[in-house]
Design a protein around this ligand. Structure first.
Ligand code: TYM
Length: 332
């Protein structure tokens, strides 16, 4: 167990888990979990960079925990925890902020996107959000960070901060790498396939959620935007809608892109959409049922996040003490 490398990743409970977050991140979390020492968190501190309804945030945090477990992440084998339960994270974030450039943060594309979408609340947390993410990764000395393509820039920044800190103070931080799936790194909206599928999408029909009923999932796939051709061919620039559906089908079924094209060659878009929808319905059915069951057992969920916090805080405390010592803070 101890010579295993470490993984850390997280998802914001700012909305329901989507097909994008499943294929971009969680699927790999599950696949990698037996070979690594894994830390998977629910990043509620990141979520509050955008205004949240407190009651809804609490509800979603617990639901997300249940969904992680239902996706196959055993809390006995993985450290599954709620980000805000680890006070060392905010402490490390401050130190890292003092090692991060204003210019570096200004270049983050997600900050630019999010500040455009939340022009009435461009708070300092939204700007320093990538440093909180760097602290998440570095606090647990993660080697690997399985994420979707949109988080690559943040992991690159984390590497830069860690390398800078190590050069100044000695080799304290493990330098992490991102792990991005070959298929499914960027699942697009079903209604506007030039945009990423996102839990905060203005058009709800563009998104498919883990907890959605089969009829609703099928309805959304059947209405997915395609093009005026009839062939199931992968060409993201010219056929973004169909290419997105091919990626979804490939990621869910395990077929390559070429195999998927061959499988549906000569079939119409209608048949293809139905097949993609059915594959997703069957993937999510057991997850939804298990999540519902787990949500009926609040005591179990509470014991799971308490155990996760206990395990995470052991590692977090050790790293923070080292960092404080390196930068010259006097231990109490
Ligand atoms: P978040 O909550 O926006 O997304 C969670 C994860 O899902 C991936 N993802 C997607 N992948 C493919 N296609 C999509 N349409 C799609 N939508 C979402 C994201 O890439 C991500 O992996 N800052 C992070 C959360 C975070 C984190 C961390 C991640 C906080 N601390 C430490 C890794 C390590 C975020 O906002 O992800």
């Amino acid at each position: 167990m101890n010579d295993k490398k470490t993984i850390l990743s997280g998802i914001q409970p700012s909305g329901e888990l989507t097909l994008g977050s499943y294929l971009g991140a969680i699927k790999n979390w599950v696949e990698l979990s037996s070979d690594y020492d894994c830390f998977y968190c629910i990043v509620d501190m990141h979520a509050v960079t955008v205004r949240q309804d407190p009651a809804l945030l609490r509800k979603r945090t617990l639901e997300q925990l249940a969904q992680y477990i239902a996706c196959g992440l055993d809390p006995e084998k993985n450290t599954i925890f709620i980000q805000s339960h680890i006070p060392e994270l905010a402490q490390l974030t401050w130190v890292l902020m003092c090692h991060t450039g204003f210019g570096e943060l200004s270049r983050m594309t997600q900050f630019k996107d999010k500040s455009a979408k939340n022009s009435d609340n461009i708070n300092a947390g939204l700007f320093t959000y990538p440093v909180l993410m760097a602290a998440d990764i570095l606090l647990y000395q993660a080697h690997l960070v399985p994420v979707g393509g949109d988080q690559k820039q943040h992991v690159e920044l984390t590497r830069d901060i860690a390398l800078r800190f190590n050069a100044l103070h000695g080799e304290v931080f493990t330098i992490p790498e991102s792990f991005i799936p070959k298929i499914g790194a960027r699942i697009m909206s079903l209604t506007s396939p030039e945009n990423k599928m996102s839990k905060s999408d203005a058009d709800p029909d563009g998104c498919v959620f883990l907890m959605q009923k089969p009829e609703e999932i099928m309805r959304r796939f059947k209405r997915a935007v395609t093009d005026s051709e009839t062939n199931v061919r992968f060409d993201p620039a010219k056929k973004p809608g169909i290419s997105n559906l091919i990626s979804v089908y490939s990621a869910v079924s395990g077929n390559s892109i070429t195999e998927t094209e061959a499988l549906f060659s000569g079939k119409g878009y209608g048949d293809f959409k139905t097949a993609v929808g059915e594959a997703v319905v069957e993937l999510f059915r057991p997850i939804r049922e298990e999540t519902d069951r787990l949500l009926g057992d609040k005591a179990y969920l509470e014991s799971a996040y308490k155990k996760g916090a206990e395990k995470a805080s052991g590692v977090a405390g050790k790293t923070l003490r080292k960092i404080y010592k390196k930068i010259g803070f006097i231990p109490l």
